[in-house]
Ligand binder design. Structure first.
Ligand SMILES: Nc1ncnc2c1ncn2[C@@H]1O[C@H](COP(=O)(O)OP(=O)(O)OP(=O)(O)O)[C@@H](O)[C@H]1O
Ligand SMILES: [Mg+2]
Length: 454
């Protein structure tokens, strides 16, 4: 990357010397004689590094440094100082200058210093860009859906994010609780610190405690080294505890204490560790009935349920389905190097009418599967997963004209059922609640066997 370097010194000889010394490294180098000119250039933009003298007639280097910090905080500075001004140079460092060099300047030394400054700056830029990407990926932008119910969720997220209140996320499996937890973290003042997750449902109490609180070496058989727990890793950040209702009562007691006191000891340790952690917990179970049944401690429930956000199941916000379908189609077509597939209107209708017991996760997996298997350029009704087609056909209805005889109705019903079972008479008899022989007789009687073959 090409950098812009600005040299500020009232003595022409020094300017020329520095220009000459820094030349040839593919950087753009400018030199000016005083502070006000320098500020004009900084304001005009993108000076990566300023090298300035301290003693100058019109505006001294310290003043210039302050002004530059205000105008362009990302501009780094190196201070050049004579014998009488070393103390001022130290002050400049406190103001944020990168380093200082004694005059007369050793050009090799300056060259190395400049390289170091610019390298660190590039790293900072890179970090900032990565962090922005991260925040974008996990913020609201990652959550698809504009249904009224989801808008209500976003509103709650915006309200709680700036606080450190505990949040309890509830909702069926696959509704997006983890996504919402991340959105709370990445929209909070804690976003620069870590978002640490732990699925509590999968672990025994012993493992859970050592995962969360860490352990000292030798505290139990497998603990050879000291381990830092997730509570400590999440210090000043957010800890997301998933499947919280699946934990054992003795663990719940311990967790409650830590949440109240914000301090704990590592397993097998005596030293108290203080942390500042925001906790977001989630469960896809009915938490109130878990409390009633005594499986989940009431005091812990109150401690976690300071703010409650309920993520609605997908079938209660069907207007989000087309948006999600398109978002996932795009994602998986890109991932699989396929051109963006279309979806037939009939297929979209079936996707919108399906009940989605596995919610958004199930929809996402269904789209991935269809994209991977797709042959043509369009996904049609017959490419949908079996469970979706089955549900759609189970909703098929027969329209009967008032004025028809019962025999006519019976005939139509038998015909439709045989169609549905693809001619399987035993299955049709079961659905209709008829004995097999009775059904055969009626098929003969109504002349349906011919249809069935065809
Ligand atoms: N609104 C949404 N927009 C985009 N993707 C979503 C949305 N909701 C959920 N997903 C995706 O669906 C999958 C399941 O979401 P998530 O893991 O957050 O569900 P969950 O509520 O935590 O489920 P569980 O209770 O099973 O842990 C993830 O891949 C997630 O990215
Ligand atoms: Mg989850």
């Amino acid at each position: 990357m090409k950098h812009r370097i600005l040299i500020v010194d009232d003595e022409k000889n020094t300017r020329d010397g520095l220009l000459w010394g820094l030349e040839g490294k593919n950087n753009e180098i400018l030199a000016v004689a005083g502070g006000s000119e320098a500020l004009d250039i900084v304001r005009a933009g993108d000076v990566h590094l300023m090298i300035t003298d301290l003693k100058m007639p019109e505006m001294d280097g310290l003043e210039l440094l302050k002004a530059v910090r205000d105008e362009s905080p990302s501009t780094e500075a190196i201070i050049l100082t004579g014998h009488g001004t070393v103390e001022t140079a130290v002050e400049a460092i406190k103001l944020g200058a990168f380093d200082y060099l004694m005059k007369p300047v050793n050009l090799d030394e300056l060259g190395l210093l400049v390289e170091r400054v610019l390298m660190q700056r590039d790293l900072k830029d890179e970090n900032a860009a990565l962090r922005e990407q991260l925040e974008e990926r996990h913020g609201f932008a990652s959550i698809v859906g504009h249904s009224a119910k989801m808008e209500a969720v976003y509103k709650q997220v915006r309200q709680v994010a700036p606080t450190r209140a505990s949040v309890l996320l509830t909702g069926e499996s696959g509704t997006g609780k983890e996504l919402v937890a991340a959105a709370i973290h990445y929209n909070s003042p804690r976003k620069r610190k870590r978002f640490i997750k732990l699925n509590c449902g999968a672990l025994t109490t012993t493992l859970l405690e050592s995962e969360l609180f860490g352990h000292e070496a030798g505290s139990f058989t497998d603990a050879r080294k000291q381990k830092i727990g997730r509570f400590e890793l999440a210090d000043e950040g957010t800890l997301f505890l998933d499947e919280i209702t699946e934990t054992a009562p003795e663990f719940q007691v311990r967790l409650l204490r830590v949440l109240q006191e914000q301090e704990f000891e590592r397993v097998g340790g005596t030293q108290t560790v203080r942390v500042d952690v925001r906790v977001i917990a989630a469960t896809n179970r009915d938490v109130e009935s878990a409390v009633r049944d005594g499986r989940f401690r009431e005091d812990l429930y109150y401690r976690l349920n300071v703010v409650r956000i309920e993520i609605p199941p997908l079938r209660e916000r069907r207007d989000d389905i087309p948006l999600l379908v398109h978002a996932f189609l795009e994602e998986f077509c890109r991932e699989n190097g396929k051109p963006l597939l279309k979806i037939a209107p009939k297929a979209m209708t079936m996707l919108c009418e399906y009940d989605w017991p596995g919610n958004v996760r199930q929809l996402r997996n269904a789209i991935e599967g269809m994209v991977v298997l797709a042959q043509g350029r369009e996904i049609g009704a017959r490419n949908l997963p079996e469970e979706i087609r089955a549900e759609a056909s189970s909703r098929r209805t027969l329209l009967l004209r008032v004025g028809a005889t019962l025999a006519e109705m019976e005939k139509e019903m038998i015909r439709a059922t045989l169609e549905e079972t693809k001619g399987n008479r035993a299955a049709a008899a079961r659905i209709l609640g008829l004995g097999r022989k009775t059904l055969y007789r009626k098929i003969e009687e109504y002349g349906l066997s011919a249809d069935e073959e065809g």
